[in-house]
Design a protein around this ligand. Sequence first.
Ligand SMILES: [Fe+2]
Ligand SMILES: [Fe+2]
Length: 144
Amino acid sequence: MKIFEALRQDHDKQRALMKVLVDTEGDSAVRADFYKQLKEELTNHATAEERHFYSPLMQEDETVELSRHGVAEHHEIDELLEELDNTDMASSSWLSVMKQLQDKVLHHLEEEEKEFFPQAGKTLSNTEKEQLADGYVNEMQELK
Ligand SMILES: [Fe+2]
Ligand SMILES: [Fe+2]
């Protein structure tokens, strides 16, 4: 498996979790449970992705800008998670912040898959793509 496939699998998990979450209501156990899962997925993914995808790309002239951009978006996602943590789940603002987070994450995943992956595909060797996938998958296991 190559790094792009490993990342894409987890992107699909994030999309599915967010889709369920925007249909939940109020201060419910379902909402709390899916939110906990989403938060873990997003934070673990950002950590492992920065280490096993963005970090090697930071070292190449062609991909340093996209890496900075990707990491900056991870921070924006973190800030929205923090805002959600500090918002009452029973209030209507929780859902509106959740929708902002969904928009932000969907945009980010789309940018990674459509722009960053093709560019990174040109810079990394096939061996690197496979080694990075192993490193990423192992780290995601350890973070769980
Ligand atoms: Fe990302
Ligand atoms: Fe990603």
